[in-house]
Ligand binder design. Structure first.
Ligand code: KIV
Length: 276
């Protein structure tokens, strides 16, 4: 099979089939996520806390994500690979924003790029417009946008005021302006289900929810949470495996076997080649 393209994504969307997206930050996990059949893999700036040991996404750099995106591209064959523009790699000026978006395609081999937009965010909407005109496919991201965590006052679910509130109106308007600027899909993070439903009905691009409920066109989760790998057990997520226990158990067994002399055995050793 060949890689998922925007055209094949839209075929699925038009058939009303839910789209699937997961994160990956390295080759071994990306290989399994791809083989498992997701449509899109996001090399997200959530690498900051899930992969790099930071408290949040803010310290993550372009170089951090370009290297990880290239690893994920090399390890996969079918999923569409989306690189994530990290905090302040875009928005300070148009030229460097577009250049940085383009680096994911030129240097890392990604198929598309995601960036976060604040409600009403004129700056990022202009960047999306320029990128899509130049041929850089952009995935939008609105709602609870983690790069603005300090501004938002923490990981607060957005749109609690109700779908028909002025905040709901503003999110719908932002989604429609992003659509007009050319996004091919839109991540809705941490918004109430009625708000996500209203946005999904208001745009003709696939919406992909995380903590956005059921009435969206697809779902995305952080793979560490799905696998139970350093997972924090969020209400919005679902853990399908417990890799922390499996990894810890294997390491403890290895330590015990080395300390007791059970490993290595004769089977793990090499004999010299007999000289005639
Ligand atoms: O960086 C990330 O993993 C994300 C997803 C949570 C959508 O932006």
């Amino acid at each position: 099979m060949s890689r998922t393209t925007i055209r094949t994504l839209y075929d699925k969307y038009e058939r009303g089939e839910p789209l699937t997206m997961l994160t990956a930050y390295d080759a071994p996990i990306a290989r399994q996520v791809d083989a498992g059949g997701v449509d899109l893999i996001l090399v997200g700036d959530s690498a900051g806390h899930n992969h790099m040991g930071y408290d949040d996404t803010l310290p993550v750099t372009m170089e951090d994500l370009l290297a990880r995106t290239a690893s994920v591209v090399r390890a996969t064959e079918e999923a569409m690979i989306v690189g994530d523009l990290p905090f302040l790699s875009y928005g300070t000026d148009l030229a460097s924003s577009v250049e940085n978006a383009g680096r994911f395609l030129k240097e890392a081999g990604a198929d598309a790029v995601k960036l976060e937009t604040a409600p009403g965010g004129d700056t990022t909407i202009e960047i999306v417009d320029r990128c899509t005109e130049l041929g850089i496919p952009i995935q939008g991201h609105i709602g609870l946008t983690p790069q603005r965590m300090n501004e938002l006052g923490g990981p607060v679910i957005q749109g609690r005021e109700g779908a028909e509130s002025s905040f709901g109106d503003e999110l719908v308007d932002t989604a429609q302006r992003l659509e007009a600027a050319g996004i091919f899909s839109l991540v809705l993070e941490g918004v109430t289900e009625p708000v996500a439903k209203r946005i999904s009905e208001a745009v003709d691009v696939p919406t992909i929810g995380i903590g956005a409920g059921r009435y969206v066109d697809g779902q995305v989760l952080v793979t560490n949470d799905v696998l139970g790998l350093g997972a924090e057990g969020y209400k919005l997520s679902k853990q399908y495996a417990d890799l922390d226990s499996i990894v810890r158990g294997a390491v403890e067994e290895y330590v015990e076997e080395v300390e007791t002399g059970a490993f290595p055995t004769a089977e793990n050793t090499y004999e010299p080649i007999d000289e005639e």
